[in-house]
Design a protein around this ligand. Structure first.
Ligand code: DGL
Length: 265
């Protein structure tokens, strides 16, 4: 099928998911929208996040996508159900794939979920994990300072390390063997998170598992893009094009990425 796959996020974080989709499905055409101007979604009300997510999805619907990937945990938590019901194409979120990866990985059935305040408040991971395995214990922890660390490009140094150590202190008294990075930005802090939880704990992101879901769906429904029609990805941002372009090119290892502006009211 010749149509593109739409990928949306509150900003740059969903590029971690887009990267895996592009790695697994190099022949697919990708259109990405990052709502950088209104990022972060994490501390916003669910009504507001739902409204913004619908705006991004509607813009992509007008670009005739064949599938939508909500590459944002906060947006998946509040808008996946309504979008799946109403949009004329399949909609895939990142929470169920993340939950499934954790269930596969855990031996003790004790899973920590790290996420934004919005995601943790929604209980969406608990719900997805319970649907897969009712005996799993879930320990949710909101990490509101992590997204600003990544957005301000401060995720590599000592300051970030200390912030991660301090935020994850409440986990010291808990038993668990698996951590889900339930936010698109957290894979960039993975090194510090792994150090904080110790070497015997598996730290997983849903990006790869989501890309596999996309692949399986396209396979099953014979919706893969014909190889000869391959196009370069297009990235839209509601914020600064030069900043977004720099990040896209660095994270996705692309040269001269096609980054454009888009706006919503
Ligand atoms: N993309 C968001 C998520 O995965 C993180 C950034 C935000 O709060 O908007 O939850």
């Amino acid at each position: 099928m010749k149509a593109p796959i739409g990928v949306i996020d509150s900003g740059v974080g969903g590029l971690t998911v887009a990267k895996e989709i592009m790695r697994h499905l190099p022949n697919e055409e990708i259109i990405y929208i990052g709502d950088t101007a209104r990022c972060p979604y994490g501390p916003r009300s669910s009504e507001e996040v739902r409204k913004f997510t619908w705006q991004l999805a509607t813009a992509l619907a007008k670009m005739n996508i064949k599938m939508l990937v909500i590459a944002c945990n906060t947006a998946t938590a509040v808008a996946l159900n309504s979008l799946s019901k109403k949009m004329p194409f399949p909609v895939i979120g990142v929470i169920f794939p993340g939950a499934r990866a954790a269930i596969k990985a855990t031996k003790k059935n004790e899973i920590v979920v790290l996420g934004t305040s919005g995601t943790i408040k929604s209980g969406a991971y608990e719900e997805a994990i319970a649907a897969l395995n009712t005996s799993s214990k879930v320990i949710p922890l909101a990490c509101p300072t992590f997204v600003p660390l990544v957005e301000s490009n401060e995720y590599e140094g000592e300051f970030a390390r200390n912030m991660v150590m301090e935020t994850l202190l409440p986990l010291k008294k808990e038993q668990f063997d698996t951590v889900i990075l339930g936010c698109t930005h957290y894979p960039l802090l993975q090194k510090h998170i792994e150090e904080a939880v110790g070497p015997h704990v598996k730290v997983l992101s849903s990006a790869e598992e989501t890309a596999q879901d996309v692949n399986e769906y396209l396979d099953y429904h014979h919706m893969h893009h014909p190889i000869e029609e391959k196009k370069t990805p297009v990235f839209y941002t509601t914020g600064s094009v030069p900043i977004f372009k720099t990040i896209v090119e660095k994270w996705l290892e692309l040269q001269n990425a096609d980054v454009r502006t888009i706006s919503f009211k």
